[in-house]
Design a protein around this ligand. Structure first.
Ligand SMILES: C[S@@+](CC[C@H](N)C(=O)[O-])C[C@H]1O[C@@H](n2cnc3c(N)ncnc32)[C@H](O)[C@@H]1O
Length: 295
């Protein structure tokens, strides 16, 4: 019965706990798993990201096979038509690129979209590549019957584009939290005006997804292997009201000022080229960008 998991944070291994959750019982999820960053590895600059109660250093092949198992368990427990947002990043191991797609394509999920999370960070250090400021968020979809495409996203969410710009969280003692805006955007875009759904985060850390779900009027299920982070999340959830202004600020971005039809009727910018007075004139790049700014 799903009721026994609702609004709970379970301290344990994600895979083991997920196996106990009934089939087709969860609406959606958001997570950022441990990245297998190989603690203390030269060049990764991640020495501060060390979890309490879990190592983040396993042979990459084993790491990927566990991620596939976890993702397939999530697929089993999420309802047909449901979504899962999986935050990860591109890594390199002795010069070889390790891309999340390497294992995502081996899961049962339909990969609905790859979203770039622009973390808006600046760096002034040396490196072997252009400084990596982005992470990825995979929108994974569990089809309903034969339909692999799913329902249309409302314009007010779709207009937020496939590049999400949020700075990393800096007001949280957890070593690798994501900002609350990230799960809020995912949950609100999928569940929109619906309330009372069930949102899971199998690596919930400081509970960011759970607070987002609660403020948006949903139930949550959280899992984390660290007792300390579970305790922290429980406390954070008790004080969830403090985080409402940030959630509201994110929701205020989900607005369509003019519909496509209205813009077309007024002869305004509706696509690639702006209508100009000159017959058949193609705008210069600057005119085009200027037109976009005014939209
Ligand atoms: C990237 S952090 C998640 C942070 C979270 N999104 C937040 O905003 O606080 C990954 C979390 O996975 C947890 N973890 C590591 N191995 C785990 C496992 N096998 N099962 C469950 N949780 C695990 C760590 O304790 C850590 O809190």
């Amino acid at each position: 019965m799903i009721e026994e998991f609702l609004d709970k944070i379970i301290c344990g291994d994600a895979l083991e706990v997920l196996k106990k959750i009934p089939d087709n019982s969860i609406d959606m999820g958001v997570t950022s798993p441990p990245y297998n960053k190989r603690e203390n590895k030269k060049g990764w600059l991640v020495d501060k990201v060390v979890y309490k109660g879990a190592t983040d250093n396993m042979p990459e092949e084993r790491y990927q096979s566990i991620q596939i198992e976890v993702l397939n368990e999530l697929y089993r427990i999420i309802k047909p038509g449901g979504s899962f947002f999986y935050n990860h990043k591109i890594r390199w191991e002795r010069g070889i690129m390790l891309h999340p797609m390497d294992w995502l394509r081996k899961t049962k999920w339909v990969i609905r979209q790859e979203i770039i999370w622009d973390r808006m960070i600046a760096a002034n250090i040396r490196g072997w590549r252009f400084w990596q400021v982005e992470e990825r968020i995979y929108w994974l979809y569990k089809p309903k019957s034969e339909n692999l495409i799913g329902e249309e996203l409302k314009s007010k969410h779709a207009l937020l584009t496939s590049i999400w710009r949020f700075p990393p969280e800096n007001n949280n003692p957890h070593p690798a939290p994501f900002p609350i805006e990230l799960p809020v955007r995912a949950i609100y875009s999928i569940m929109d005006d619906r309330k009372g759904g069930v949102v899971i985060d199998p690596y919930c850390g400081s509970g960011t997804t759970l607070v987002a779900a609660k403020i948006l009027g949903h139930h949550y299920v959280g899992i984390d292997i660290s007792k300390d982070y579970v305790e922290y999340s429980i406390n954070r959830l008790k004080n969830y009201k403090k985080e409402i202004p940030r959630v509201e600020n994110e929701l205020s971005k989900h607005v369509v000022r003019k519909t496509f039809k209205e813009r077309k009727e007024r002869g305004e910018f509706v696509g690639r080229y702006r209508k100009t007075n000159t017959k058949n004139a193609i705008p210069t790049l600057f005119e085009y960008m200027d037109g976009e700014k005014k939209e």
